[in-house]
Structures are given as C-alpha cells and as structure tokens.
Design a protein around this ligand. Structure first.
Ligand code: APR
Length: 250
C-alpha cells in the first residue's frame, strides 16, 4: 500500500461531509475472534446449517453447546483492538457519523462507538422464541443448556441473525439511508459476500461516495467499488489513517 494512498484517503476522510464505516469479521480478528471464511474460519470448522433458524428450533440441545463454545466462551474474553478504537476516535472527532457492522461481538460499542447499526444483531442480547421477551445475555446462565427463559421457561435464542432469519428491518432501512447520503464509506475487514448487508458499500458508491477499503487481501469490492484500497491489517491501517487525519486537522 503506498503512502500516497494513505495520505489521499486521510485528505478525503478529513474533508468528508458524512462518513460511514461498514465493518465485518476482519476488524475483530486482532481481538482474537476468528473470521467466518478463509483459513481457520468458523465455517471451515462448523456446519453453518446448524445455525439455521428452523434447525435450531428443532435441535436446541445440539446447537446451544456450539453457540456457547463459539459465540460466548471464546468471544466473551475479546477486547476491542486499535481498529475499533480508531473508529470510535473518528466519531468523537465528529468525522464519522455511524458504524454499520455485520459483527455480533459488540466490540465497536465496547471501544466507545455510540452510533452503531448491527445488521446481524448481537450476542449481547437473547430473545425467548416463545414469549418474545428480550434479556441481557450477561444475565443468563449458560450452565444448563438450552438456557430456559427466565419469564416463561421457553427456548432462548441469541439475538443475532441465523440463516433464513430476517435482517432487522429498521437497521437495514437506516443503514441504506445513510449509505445513500454518505460522501465517504470506509469498508473494513469484510468479504462482502453476504447480502443484503454486503450491498451497503455499493449503495454508497452508486450515490457518489468515495469508498476507502481496508483488508489484508482484495475482495469483491476492490476492483469495482473501491476507490482507495489500503492493504493491511485493520489494527494497523485504521490507526495510521486516523493519525493522518488528526495530523491534518491538529
Ligand atoms: N484486517 C483486515 N481484514 C481482515 C483481517 C485483518 N486483520 N483478517 C481478515 N480480514 C478480512 C478477510 O480478508 C475477509 O475479507 O476480513 C474478511 C472476513 O470475511 P468473513 O469471515 O466472510 O466475514 P464477513 O465479511 O464479516 O462475513 C459476513 O457472513 O456468515 C456471515 O453473519 C456472518 O456477519 C457475517 C457475514
């Protein structure tokens, strides 16, 4: 990645009227959370079919131990990394309007980001599939699986989007509205293969936004949608980018 590309990206980001960030699993890799695809990815170790809504409903005693292992035990100790912190700083500086994330790990909020749209929900909440009540995951013991609903004893489900489950419509609507208004869209650590979330950078680009992509490798965005490609780890590139922006506006 050339230093010119970084300086150019920082200049554009520093002058943005409305900048958004679209993030995926790659931004949390340096927090110790494996991505879904690629070497060591979650879907190379577990069958995604188990995380399909109807399968879960029919086999909760099989799926809940996987959910605990992948999304609670391993993920619970994860901390925000410098990439998450860089986006929170950009927001504090008034240079980032929102983070639109596909991640369910809550690390953007933990880093201090305040306007975060979670396209695929979050592990921080659970919902009962019977009485529909919501609970803070931290208040639910996972000693007994499946954990019974504290209200009705029914089946609790982590409040993230399972396959064949609908995307939260309000998030989809607001994320799309912002993408159409943005003049800069950061795209960080996502393969861009999963829809409808994956269309956000293209919606922004089609509406005239400059797309600045950070990834360790090229993606389906890089040659057609991305204007500036900063190849590298998010935990390195985002802090460098923000430092350059700060330097320009010190
Ligand atoms: N820094 C930046 N990018 C990285 C890093 C890193 N340290 N490590 C990996 N990446 C990139 C990979 O090159 C890849 O492009 O992050 C991306 C991870 O891709 P996926 O694992 O497919 O994650 P994501 O794009 O967020 O998946 C979208 O798929 O299964 C669903 O709901 C799940 O939200 C997820 C969605």
């Amino acid at each position: 990645m050339s230093n010119d590309a970084l300086k150019n990206a920082a200049r554009i980001l520093g002058q943005a009227r409305l900048a958004i960030a679209f993030t995926g699993a790659g931004i949390s890799v340096e927090s110790g959370i494996p991505p879904f695809r690629g070497p060591g990815g979650i879907w190379s170790r577990y069958d995604p079919e188990k995380f399909e809504k109807n399968y879960f409903r029919q086999h909760p005693e099989e799926v809940w131990p996987l959910l605990r292992k992948i999304f609670f035990d391993e993920l619970a100790r994860a901390e925000p990394n410098p990439a998450h912190q860089a986006l929170a700083l950009l927001e504090d500086m008034g240079r980032l309007a929102a983070v639109i994330t596909q991640n369910i790990d809550g690390l953007h909020q933990a880093a201090g980001s305040r306007t975060v749209y979670e396209y695929h929900g979050s592990t921080r909440r659970m919902q009962c599939m019977d009485c529909r009540m919501f609970f803070d995951s931290a208040s639910i013991s996972l000693e007994t699986l499946p954990p019974p609903c504290p209200n009705c004893g029914g089946l609790l489900k982590p409040d993230f989007v399972f396959f064949s489950e609908a995307i939260p419509f309000d998030v989809h609507t607001e994320a799309t509205r912002l993408a159409k208004k943005a003049d800069v869209c950061l795209v960080v650590g996502t393969c861009g293969e999963v829809m409808p979330a994956g269309r956000i950078p293209r919606v922004a680009a089609n509406a005239g936004a400059t797309v600045i992509e950070i990834n360790v490798q090229e993606t389906g965005y890089t040659r057609g949608t991305t204007d500036i490609f900063l190849q590298g780890k998010a935990g390195t590139m985002l802090p460098m980018l923000v430092e350059e922006v700060v330097g320009r506006h010190a």
